[in-house]
Design a protein around this ligand. Structure first.
Ligand code: GLN
Length: 220
């Protein structure tokens, strides 16, 4: 049995649950999946093996975490070797150690990944859009369940990674807004933490959920 927690404060947590179930069926081990919604500090239990922090609004989410005394238990949970965390969009922001334009005493993040993230990197130009991702990880390429070699990313006021500050950060996907723009990192993995700037749970493409479940399987 795989126990996966999905932070259910705001954002597309129901879509993540559906995608997780679909992805579990595509994995050869066919793990039996139990999905738990995480809303309170007491929900953050060590038997949860993987945790998704979905998109939403990172300031609202970090305030919620602080008011409900969830920051410390979350940081401790994430720090365990056998626990896998996946942040999508606002989740990526919350997990990043550094944020662009971070004010003193302002928004706190969980401070896990060695990255500098811009909270609204694309939002300045376009609110929401879809784009093809340049996937740089072979496990994620050539998906047998999709007839295409690229993954389509749904970006909603999306963040992006401006700087990677540790060699243990593995870039998984980049994208460019136009031919003349330089590619920007939109997915990476650092140890047991996965971060994506886009929303795979809003597409039919389950490769990211499968990748996450395989991370959990190989960690526990
Ligand atoms: N840019 C948003 C923020 O600052 C995140 C948007 C999203 O999660 N879709 O939180």
């Amino acid at each position: 049995t795989l126990i996966i927690g999905v932070m259910a404060v705001q954002g597309a947590f129901l879509e993540h649950q559906v995608a997780l179930k679909g992805a579990a069926e595509q994995i050869s081990q066919r793990p039996k999946l139990v999905v738990r919604e995480v809303r309170h500090a007491a929900d953050i239990t060590s038997d949860i093996q993987g945790l998704i922090i979905p998109g939403g609004e990172s300031t609202t989410m970090s305030l919620f975490l602080r008011r409900n005394n969830m920051e410390k238990p979350l940081e401790e949970w994430i720090g365990q070797k056998n626990h896998v965390t996946w942040g999508t969009c606002a989740g990526m922001i919350l997990l990043s150690k550094q944020l662009e334009h971070q004010k003193e005493g302002g928004q706190s993040s969980l401070g896990v990944t060695d990255t500098l993230v811009s909270r609204n990197y694309f939002g300045r130009q376009v609110d929401s859009f879809e784009a093809d991702l340049a996937i740089t990880n072979p496990e994620l390429l050539n998906d047998p369940h999709q007839k295409k070699e690229y993954s389509r990313g749904v970006f909603i006021r999306a963040p992006a990674v401006l700087e990677v500050n540790d060699p243990s950060v593995e870039v998984l996907a980049a994208m460019r807004l136009s031919e003349k723009d330089a590619p920007v990192v939109v997915a990476f993995r650092q140890g047991n933490v996965l971060s994506t700037a886009f929303h795979p749970e809003l597409t039919e493409d389950l490769r990211w959920h499968r990748y996450f479940l395989n991370m959990v399987l190989s960690c526990s």
